[in-house]
Every structure is written in C-alpha cells, then in structure tokens.
Design a protein around this ligand. Structure first.
Ligand code: ADP
Ligand code: MG
Length: 522
C-alpha cells in the first residue's frame, strides 16, 4: 500500500514524502482510514511501529489552520515522549502551517504559557503539567476535536490514570478519541469503554514474542533480598553488557546508586533526565564505558542497542507484553542472551501469565550464595592480575615505585604482599556496603489459576519441577565465555549436582538462605 491511497491532503502527503516514508506501517494502514472517518480508534502495536504518525497524520489532516484555537490534545507519559511526538507532528504539519506545542513538568511553566498564548493548534503534554495549565486557565480545551492518549500503558504504569481521567473530563464530549498503546492492560481497556464511543480496535500482532536465543530464568526472592541476590548473580555471571529494568524512576535511581556503590559500572536513564544526560549515558553504554544500564520501560523504548548479554528484571513487569519488549533487548543478531526475572512470592502468578503469552517456561534459578559470589570475584581478580602483569603499559608504571617496592619487599613476605593486594582488589560480599532500596508495593496478588490459561498454571509447573530443579545453571556453558567464567560455571555445576542428589525437599526448606520450591509450589 502507498501513502497516496490513504486520502490524506496534499500538504500532509508532501511532508510524508519529505520524511522519506514510502509505505505506511501496518498500524498506520489500519488506523489512518478509520481515524479519517472520524471514528474513535484503539490502536495496539509494538514499540517502534509508527504509532505517532498513525494518530498524527489524520489529526493533522483535520486541523483547520484558519482557526487559531487548540483543536487536538495529545497526552503522553513522559517529557521525552511528548517532545518526540511534538517534533514528529511538527515535521508533518509544517507544510500545512500547523502549530504544535509541547508542555511538560520540570521546565518553566511561564515559558510554556507564553508559547501557548502565541498560538497552538495541537498541544502535546504530560498529564501533570496539562492539569496544572488547565487549573491556571492557561490551556483552553473547549475547541478540542481530537483527543489522543499516546503510550497509554506507560501512563498507567506511571500512575497517571486519575490525572488522565481528570483531563479527559475537560475535553468536549463531541470529540474524537484515539488511544494508542504497545500493550493493552485491563485498566486501559476500561478507559476505552468509559471514555470512547464505540471504538474500533486495531491490534497488530507482535512479530516475534520471545526469541529462542534468550535463556529465560526467574528467581523467587523476597522484596528485601532482591538487591543482594541480583548483585551476587552479577558477580557470578560477570555479564558483559546488561540492562536492569526497574518499575519506577525512583527505583532506577536507587538501583543505579546501589550498583555503583558495589563497584559496578552502572548508569540509569528515565524520563526525568534531560536529553543531554540521557544521550551521554547511552553513548557510554554503547562505547563500553558502562557495563550496566538501569532503565524504566519507557526510557528503554525504542532504544537501539546491540550486544546486550543479560537483561535483569529487577521488578517483574505488570503486563506480559512489556516483558517481551524487555527481554527482546538481548538475544539479538544471532547472539545468545539471558534474562533473569526477580519475582517476590506473591507475584508468582504473574509468571504464569507471562509464560502463557510467551508459550515458554522460565527456568527457576537458585540465587548465588555470598560465598559463591566471593569465589567468583576472586577468580576475576586473579585473572586480572595475570593480565595486568602481561600488559606493558601497566608494567611501564612500575618504575615509579621501584624504591618503595624494594623497601616493602624487605619488610614483608611475598605472601603477605599478595594477601594485601587481594584484600584491596576483592571485596568480600560479606563486607559490602549495605544498599537500601525503598520498598515498592509488590504487584497485587494474582493466583496462577485465574483463567489465564486454566490448566497451564499450577499443575504444569508441578509436573515440570523435576526437570526444572536440574536446570539451574550448569547447562549454560558457552564457548564465548571467558575462562574464569567457565570455571565458575563448573564450580556451580559441582555445587548443583551435590545439591540435586538430595532426594526430597520439604516445601519451604531453607538451606544457606535460599528457598527451594517443592512440587507444585509457586
Ligand atoms: P511507536 O510510537 O509505535 O513506538 P514511533 O511513532 O515513535 O513508533 O515511530 C518509530 C520510528 O519509525 C520513528 O522514527 C518514525 O519516524 C519512523 N516511522 C514511522 N512510520 C514510518 C513509515 N511509514 N516509514 C518509515 N518510517 C516510519
Ligand atoms: Mg509512540
């Protein structure tokens, strides 16, 4: 199909051509005609499939530039997405002379009020700031004919539901309402029912749900033990490049701080960061100056990053499709990746929901002990010492310390000096700085047999348990791993085998601090 078949006006089409778009994407092809007919539309399609133009083009088409009033309102979850949409709308509406303004928090409201006064046909804004402007009577919505909820699932995740409803109630009822989202959790469907008129649903199936190249694991862990569990796993796994997903911006900030405190090269990104900082972090991540990127779902959307080996879901996502988006960050371009999802006991039901969508089971992973983490770190340190001694650049610095070294050598034995070096380089997990991660409410309890696949819930998992128990880690020895890695995996395997010999476990038997599930228990 061609854009010319879509009944868009010439000035809009010209802009589409200038933008270099040749063919409409599936979501555009399906929703643009409906929106042009004036229908309410719910459009669901994966991230990066062109949803902005799907609502943007018909909206721009409808704008009457001879009337200097706000005719369309776009609600977006973050400042960044608001700016992005504003730019895209501006680009397509420029030829026609459509004025598009964006408004968002964390930036001068006076300036935004001034900009609005100077004229706007379309306003794109984040919920909080829109409400502020409405309260100050700086945003007049009585001429709005098109209301758009963009990235609706993210707005839900960010807790904007009430704000959105408050804004919708200020827009004339005679309006057309368009709702776009990558996923369609229940509360979003409810918005469709409550605030839209016989909406047409368009859902573009996600291309590939989960790739076979991603080994998916879950760790059942209490909320308060999550952070230690994650960093121990990282010590053991030594991921080359990983993304840690947190549910909220606060989470991202705290996790980033905690990871840095424990010596990881980590940085976080979320919607509140300014563009410059965000770009810096992404550049560092791509250039190997960072090992761990901590992000919210929104911030990670649309990011094109290759080479990610591990995805850690510090918080299990509420809706299964976000999970698919998250783990899709690894296992790309024919390379293997792995994902590890931390699940608190009462969130276990969400695991089944995810598995019902992906049609794939996550394997249970036993958390690494502090001792295992310590052993793994020691190996890394020994390897590094070996490497450094072979590195002429490092050796060339030795000269500076010649005299001091002779003195030390006279005073201490080689063994004592080596012990000292190791103490400095390897931090014993037992003495790691405590990291407090503020409690987030776990997701509401969801029993696994809740109609999301009936039999597939508890029963299967029970039957599967034996296979599962044997599948902790050892089978993941891969060629591309570094030496110390292989060794640490081997150790782990020994450890596992020993463990697996234990014939039966009682339901919540505790050993060295980890809980092993019994058959059928979730
Ligand atoms: P979504 O909101 O679904 O995540 P976006 O609207 O942000 O996706 O679009 C993703 C990218 O694809 C943008 O850079 C956009 O300009 C581009 N794009 C959108 N539609 C087309 C198209 N028909 N042809 C080529 N590129 C497109
Ligand atoms: Mg979008």
């Amino acid at each position: 199909m061609k854009f010319t078949e879509l009944n868009l006006s010439d000035d809009i089409l010209a802009a589409v051509v200038t933008a270099g778009f040749t063919e409409p994407s599936p979501i555009q092809e399906m929703t643009i005609p409906l929106a042009l007919e004036g229908k309410d539309v719910i459009g669901q399609a994966q991230t990066g499939t062109g949803k902005t133009a799907a609502f943007g083009l018909p909206t721009l088409n409808k704008i009457d530039t001879s009337r200097n009033v706000i005719q369309a309102l776009v609600i977006a979850p973050t400042r960044e997405l608001a700016v992005q949409s504003q730019e895209e709308l501006f680009r397509f509406g420029r030829e026609k002379g459509v004025k598009v303004r964006s408004v968002y928090g964390g930036s001068s409201i006076e300036k935004q009020i001034k900009a609005l006064r100077s004229g706007a046909h379309i306003v794109v804004g984040t919920p909080g700031r829109l409400l502020d402007l409405i309260k100050r009577k700086a945003l007049k919505l009585d001429h709005v004919e098109t209301l758009i909820l963009d990235e609706a699932d993210e707005m839900l995740n960010m807790g904007f539901l009430e704000d959105i409803e408050a804004i919708i109630s200020r827009v004339p009822e005679s309006r057309q309402t368009l709702l776009f989202s990558a996923t369609m959790p229940e509360p979003i469907k409810q918005i469709g029912i409550k605030f839209m008129k016989e909406p047409e649903h368009v859902k573009i199936a996600a291309k590939e749900l989960t790739t076979d190249l991603v080994d998916q694991y879950y760790v059942r862990v209490k909320e308060q033990d999550k952070f230690d569990t994650m960093t121990r796993l990282m010590d053991v796994d030594q991921p080359e490049l990983s993304i840690v997903f947190g549910r909220t911006k606060r989470r991202v900030d705290e996790l980033t701080r905690g990871l840095k405190l424990r010596g990881f090269r980590a940085e976080g990104i979320h919607g509140d960061l300014d563009q410059g900082k965000r770009l810096r972090v992404l550049r560092d991540f791509k250039n190997d100056n960072l090992d761990i990127l901590v992000a919210t779902d929104v911030a990670a959307r649309g990011l094109d990053i290759s080479g990610v080996t591990h995805v850690y879901n510090y918080d299990i996502p509420q809706d299964p499709e976000s999970y698919v988006h998250r783990i899709g960050r690894t296992g790309r371009a024919g390379k293997h990746g792995q994902s590890i999802t931390f699940v608190s006991p009462n969130e276990m039901g969400y695991l089944s929901i995810i598995e019902n969508l992906t049609k794939k089971r996550m394997k249970g992973l036993k958390p690494a002990t502090a001792e295992e983490a310590f052993q793994a770190k020691k190996k890394v340190a020994l390897k590094k010492i070996e490497r450094d001694f072979a590195d002429d650049n490092i050796r060339s610095n030795f000269d500076k310390f010649k005299g001091d070294a002779v003195k030390l050598a006279a005073e201490f034995s080689p063994e004592e000096l080596a012990l000292y070096i190791l103490t400095l380089t390897v931090q014993d997990p037992a003495t790691l700085p405590d990291v407090e991660i503020a409690r987030e409410k776990p997701l509401p309890f969801k029993p696994s047999g809740n109609g999301f696949g009936g039999k597939g819930g508890r029963g299967n998992r029970g039957r599967d348990n034996d296979r599962r128990r044997g599948s902790y880690r050892g089978d993941r020895n891969r060629d591309d791993r570094r030496d110390f890695k292989r060794k640490s995996n081997k150790n782990r395997k020994d450890f596992e085998n020993k463990d697996n010999k234990r014939p039966h476990r009682t339901s919540s038997e505790k050993k060295n601090g980890f809980v092993i599930r019994n058959k059928g228990e979730r």
